[in-house]
Design a protein around this ligand. Structure first.
Ligand code: KG4
Ligand code: ZN
Length: 356
């Protein structure tokens, strides 16, 4: 092994991920176990179920990543693990496993902030220099920040209630899209995007959230309520039985997707203006990085592209594999911290990490 290598471990939500990445950003080995199937059955994540599945899979996933990499634990420079934010029961499994692992192999430990990892992943793939603007939109988060350094983020806005992916998942459930023949295996967001392509958004007019609030925060629960009420009215009108599909699902999907996109773009526009006014972005090649599961939505990406073209920013979206949760982004964050020498807990007889 020529350069330093880090083992990254992710268990903050519903993916058990592990990967070994080197300093050049080469992925030497990775493994990912998704719990999506199980949570789709129960119509949402039950924390104790997620915890049990992480516990059942963590050793195998880490071992697989190590085996595939051909690196032996002795050669690792450090172990990096997500410690926050996320579901505490799930995080606990990754943390517990990692602390035992670093103790056994006498390795330094690097606690990782999940959102920092999402924001930095792009730098493993492309030469993106600090500072850059980052928009994270997923099932768990909506966040706008100025990334000024590996552990230096200026938070510009976040969701005051739920995340856009969560909203899309809930709307999809309210529309009973699981009984739609084309959509039964898709995530809520994917299903909405798929149906929206076949519908027209003009038959439903939803108000873009926070129109009168002039900051960069997000809110999606009010929109979900609007959509839910519209669905209720249509169900009465069409006299559909519970669980049956409405005739206008495509139009509702299109209007919902459009309003989510409109809200995201308006808040991002304000963040861009804020940064420009204060000279916080570089004159040459200012960049907006967009990541998270919702970033794989083509309609939302295209709307953001119109915004970045109009404001002179360069839009960078990592491929969807790198937008969603995995061990790779955690390992890469470990590499970034190793290079800067920041936030590394050296090996001691009794490795401790107390989540704050
Ligand atoms: O980042 P992610 O895999 O998990 C976390 O939230 O951490 O994101 C999953 C979310 C789900 O809510 C899913 O509905 C949404 O991303 N999503 C999409 C699309 N694909 C996945 N939302 C909109 N359009 C998509 N094509
Ligand atoms: Zn995530």
């Amino acid at each position: 092994v020529g350069t330093r290598v880090v083992l990254g471990i992710e268990t903050s939500c519903d993916d058990t991920g592990a990967a070994i990445v080197d300093e050049t950003g080469l992925i030497l080995g990775e493994s990912l176990h998704s719990q999506k199937e199980v949570h789709l059955q129960t119509g949402g994540i039950i924390p104790t179920v997620a915890q049990r599945l992480h516990r059942e899979n963590i050793s195998r996933v880490v071992q697989e990543a190590i085996d595939r990499s051909g690196v032996c634990p002795r050669e690792l420079a450090a172990v990096a693990t997500t410690v926050k934010p996320g579901m505490s029961l799930s995080l606990g499994i990754g943390l517990h496993f990692s602390l035992a692992f670093v103790k056994e192999h006498q390795k330094p430990f690097i606690p990782i902030h999940h959102m920092e990892a999402h924001a930095l992943t792009v730098r493993m793939l492309e030469p993106v220099e600090f500072p850059f603007l980052v928009l994270l939109i997923s099932g768990g988060h909506a966040l706008l920040a100025l990334a000024r350094g590996v552990d230096d983020f200026l938070l510009l806005g976040q969701s005051t209630d739920e995340a856009p992916g969560d909203t899309l998942d809930k709307v999809a459930r309210r529309l009973h899209l699981k009984s739609h023949p084309d959509c039964c295996t898709m995530s809520g967001g994917q299903a909405i995007e798929y149906l929206a392509k076949k519908g027209t958004r003009h038959n439903f007019l939803f108000t873009t959230p926070m129109g009168q609030i002039y900051d960069c925060n997000f809110s999606f629960s009010g929109l979900r309520n609007q959509v839910s009420m519209a669905i209720g009215r249509k169900e009465l009108e069409e006299g559909v039985k519970p669980g049956e599909l409405l005739s206008c699902v495509n139009d509702i999907a299109a209007a919902t997707q459009h309003t989510v996109a409109s809200h995201i773009v308006k808040r991002t526009h304000r963040a861009i203006l804020f940064c420009k006014e204060r000279g916080l972005l570089p004159q040459r090649n200012p960049i907006l990085v967009v990541s998270g599961g919702v970033a794989s939505n083509t309609y939302i990406r295209e709307t953001l592209k119109i915004l970045t073209d109009a404001t002179g920013l360069h839009l960078v979206c990592p491929p969807s594999k790198f937008c969603t949760d995995n061990g790779v982004m955690i390992a890469w964050n470990g590499i970034e911290r190793l290079k800067e020498g920041r936030g590394i807990l050296p090996y001691t007889e009794e490795v401790r990490y107390e989540p704050k």
